[in-house]
Design a protein around this ligand. Structure first.
Ligand SMILES: Nc1ncnc2c1ncn2[C@@H]1O[C@H](COP(=O)(O)OP(=O)(O)OP(=O)(O)O)[C@@H](O)[C@H]1O
Ligand SMILES: [Zn+2]
Ligand SMILES: [Zn+2]
Length: 802
């Protein structure tokens, strides 16, 4: 078994297979499956994963593995298998699936360098270029007068060589520590010998006489108001020593977290948790859908189930949507399980993420709380997997591998024979349908833990407001409630449902809308820089002062950005103190937390924000929730738009009246009769489910059918249409009569970065060979994708129709 099968880091379909390499003597017996290695591949050196061993090969001469990057495998056997399954399921490459499971820093990056081999004089250009150096980074060629032809020739002549380097970017954080090199009483003697002028040094030594323990240099400087130079002086005299120490970056301030204990469960919670606990004890897999209204105590169920799992010596993964992974949420888990918890959040730096990952990998923690990719946590003894807010779209990755975390969770749940819990106040239709069919176990929590009724929802017809002469974006009713609320010193959450809306620029005279010249989409106005920006390709231009079409100076921005709402709000209700939360105000690290803390400390009356404030927040003083534009998502070209509207309204309504004080909700809309708005205001999930299922059945959408979306893009529009036509025809030739193939149709976003985009949608119920079929079709175009820059992407479970 001294041959390793390696999946190499070359994301190309022609390379989607293992390659055999000889294991050199020094690595035999050391190398394990799931370790990263560096291997020669053509002229290059690249990174790869060892996935198997063998003693036989069809090749006559094998190349050697050059380097082994890990001491212990970074991928467990289970994850190697999971990667294979994931690649098949999502039609992506095995290497892409494996990379998706690891933190960024473990992915290799490659560097080329030029090495001088000759002592002889080279051409003037080359001599100038090397400028006395023996090795230079390859990128410098781009900015030099040396031509590629010259380089090529020099390489051929053997004067220089190109070297390929693989670097893994592991960065362990190190801090500089200072400690005394002498015992306290020797330090006292030192003090006597010291010149009385050296006041700073005196202070430093005195400090160490009293505190002989090592201390971080930064802290020391800060504490004593001393300087680097002073420390260095004493280090040079061998009185102090400095050394560096590896630390984990811990982005969370754990010390401030208050320890909590299990609450006594309500009757409903008790009923829900019993069957889950049974599965934990029996080591059996099953999927539970916990459908509980907002504030019904789903999180407490998760916590107590995890408690059992930890007691058994097993591990738990908890997924929460990116935007509800707030410090408040983290606190709830760390409060219960302390340092046993690792957090994987995309806002962490890649170093921080790597540190958290290592704590998992080294089995220093038993619980992981994280966003989507935390589902790949390298635990080997999983006892439970929990997906909170399971209906959230952010669990679907919109990039290769296009997986849904729910599917991965269930696959891993089977691998480990452990329960999977899906929790939501508004389950995805797909999940609820499965629970109805008995595929999942359903648990229902109908009451809030505080036994309060769900807050009353009032729907305001904004068309009537307009007719009554109110041209602001606040209905009279909402304004009045906000004022009353402020008077009672209670707090308000205001949601600006912004998706599908943006601050675009339109001429009021001729209706001209400023669009991106490279993408079929309106440019967005950014007030701070007075620029128009494209969100797809980053194109930018200054805000025009006159209309480029008709020269009118009535060109203005439209739509309602949070910033504009804030201005309008403070104009309308001057006494209101507003905290605005959107992408702009939360970009800086820690800003999110700071704003939420301010609101929790009642430093403001109103929390105004986008989708990011709709979920998970639990503030006891919030009694009013206002939704400014309930219907802005309804008209998107997406069959899930009603479902998303229902979910969002239910979630945000749930922010009010969660504790002692009763809450109320005001929903402003231009389509008050739409069933998603009406039924959300009555908290009638069951009725919504029935109605929406009927729609899905009529129009043939999930969960009645499966979808596959193929998107084809190229700079030449004719070529895109023709290719999409061919693909559609190939599909139709091979699928069953029951299956529908729609296309070619322009994608809702028909052009991005100057590339035209067309799509074809497959709706099927039973096509056992659909993946092979699609793969073969893509294979058919491999020449063109390689040489002519044609893109074909396929999404086996699309959530984004754009
Ligand atoms: N058994 C219990 N007894 C008393 N209070 C409880 C109990 N269970 C939960 N709570 C409290 O009730 C509140 C709501 O619970 P929790 O946040 O877990 O609900 P949730 O269903 O997860 O809500 P959401 O879906 O809105 O996030 C919290 O403040 C929580 O501490
Ligand atoms: Zn105009
Ligand atoms: Zn653009």
């Amino acid at each position: 078994m001294n041959i390793a099968k390696v999946i190499v880091d070359v994301p190309a379909s022609s390379i989607n297979q293992t390659f055999d390499y000889q294991i050199p003597k020094q690595f035999q017996g050391v190398l394990q499956k799931g370790m990263r290695v560096i291997v020669p591949f053509g002229p290059r050196k690249i990174m790869g994963f060892v996935v198997e061993f063998t003693s036989q090969t069809e090749l006559t001469k094998l190349k050697d593995i050059l380097e082994v990057l890990d001491l212990t495998p970074v991928l467990t056997n289970e994850l190697l298998e999971l990667g294979r399954w994931l690649a098949e399921e999502t039609l992506s490459l095995y290497i892409t699936a494996l990379q998706a499971m690891l933190p960024q820093v473990l992915k290799a990056h490659y560097q080329k360098e030029l090495i001088r081999l000759t002592d002889e004089e080279m051409t003037n250009e080359l001599e100038n270029f090397f400028a006395g150096r023996d090795v230079i980074p390859y990128e410098e060629v781009d900015h030099s007068p040396v031509s590629y032809y010259q380089l090529q020739k020099a390489v051929q002549d053997g004067d220089i060589a190109v070297n390929y380097l693989v670097k893994s970017k592991i960065t362990k954080k190190r801090v500089t520590m200072i400690k005394p090199l002498r015992s306290s009483h020797l330090l006292e003697e030192t003090l006597l010998d010291l010149s009385t002028n050296a006041k700073k040094q005196h202070e430093l030594i005195t400090f160490f006489i009293e505190n002989p323990a090592p201390i971080e240099k930064r802290t020391l400087i800060h504490k004593l108001q001393t300087s680097n130079a002073t420390i260095k002086n004493l280090v040079d005299k061998h009185i102090l020593e400095n050394y560096s120490e590896e630390v984990y970056r811990n982005p969370f301030d754990d010390e401030s977290i208050v320890q909590t204990t299990a609450l006594e469960l309500t009757e409903e919670q008790e009923q829900a948790i019993i069957p889950i606990k049974e599965k934990i004890v029996a080591n059996e897999h099953d999927v539970f859908l916990v459908h509980g209204v907002t504030g019904s105590g789903k999180t407490e169920i998760y916590l107590q189930a995890i408690q059992d799992v930890i007691k058994k010596g097993q591990e738990a993964i908890v997924l929460v949507p990116e935007i509800s992974l707030t410090p408040q949420m983290v606190k709830r888990f760390k409060g219960r399980f302390g340092s046993k918890v690792a957090v994987l959040h995309s806002a962490l730096s890649s170093g921080e993420k790597y540190d958290e990952w290592r704590r998992i990998h080294r089995k220093e923690v038993q619980v992981v709380v994280g966003a989507r990719s935390a589902i790949f946590a390298p635990f080997e003894n999983l006892g439970i997997i929990i997906i909170d807010e399971e209906h959230e779209n952010s669990y679907k990755q919109e990039d290769n591998p296009r997986y849904h975390a729910r599917d991965v969770a269930i696959h891993r749940g089977k691998n480990h024979q452990c329960p999977v819990i899906l929790g939501s106040a508004t389950p995805a239709l797909e999940s609820y349908a499965r629970a109805q069919k008995g595929v999942y176990r359903l648990a229902v929590l109908e009451k809030r833990t505080n036994s309060q009724a769900m807050p009353e929802v009032e729907i305001i017809d904004m068309r009537k407001e307009l007719h009554a002469g109110n041209r602001t974006m606040f209905s009279r009713s909402l304004k009045e409630r906000i004022e009353q609320c402020i008077q009672r010193q209670e707090q308000i959450v205001l949601l600006l449902n912004r998706r599908g809306y943006s601050t675009f620029v339109m001429c009021r005279d001729c209706g001209h809308v400023k669009e991106c010249p490279h993408c079929d989409i309106a440019l967005t106005f950014h007030k701070n820089s007075n620029q128009l920006k494209c969100h797809y390709c980053s194109y930018e231009e200054p805000m025009p002062t006159i209309c480029p079409e008709c020269s009118s100076d009535l060109i203005r921005y439209f739509g309602t950005g949070t910033q504009r709402v804030e201005e309008a709000l403070t104009q309308l209700i001057p006494e209101a103190n507003v905290i605005r939360m959107d992408v702009d105000t939360t970009r800086r690290k820690g800003a999110h937390e700071k704003l939420l803390n301010q609101f929790a400390n009642r430093e403001a009356d109103i929390l105004l924000g986008t989708q990011m404030i709709a979920k998970g927040l639990d503030f006891e003083n919030v009694t009013l929730v206002g939704v400014l534009t309930a219907d802005s998502m309804l008209h998107l070209p997406d069959f899930r738009s009603s479902e998303k509207t229902f979910q969002l309204l239910t979630q945000v309504s749930g922010r009010a009246g969660r504790h002692e004080l009763p809450g109320e909700v005001i929903v402003q809309t231009y389509t008050p009769d739409h069933y998603s708005i009406e039924l959300a205001s009555e908290y009638d999930f069951t009725q919504f489910y029935k109605k929406e299922m009927a729609m899905r059945k009529t129009f043939k959408y999930p969960p009645y059918v499966f979808l596959a979306l193929m998107t084809i893009s190229h700079e030449n529009q004719v070529k895109v249409i023709q290719t999409t036509q061919k693909i559609t025809k190939m599909l139709l030739d091979h699928v069953s009569d029951e299956t529908v193939v729609l296309g070619p149709t322009p994608s809702p976003l028909a052009r991005i970065k100057n590339r035209y985009r067309y799509q074809c949608m497959i709706k099927y119920r039973n096509e056992p060979h659909i993946r092979t079929l699609i793969q073969n079709i893509i294979q058919n175009f491999s020449e063109e994708t390689r040489k002519d820059d044609l893109f074909i992407t396929v999404d086996m479970q699309p959530y984004q129709m754009m």
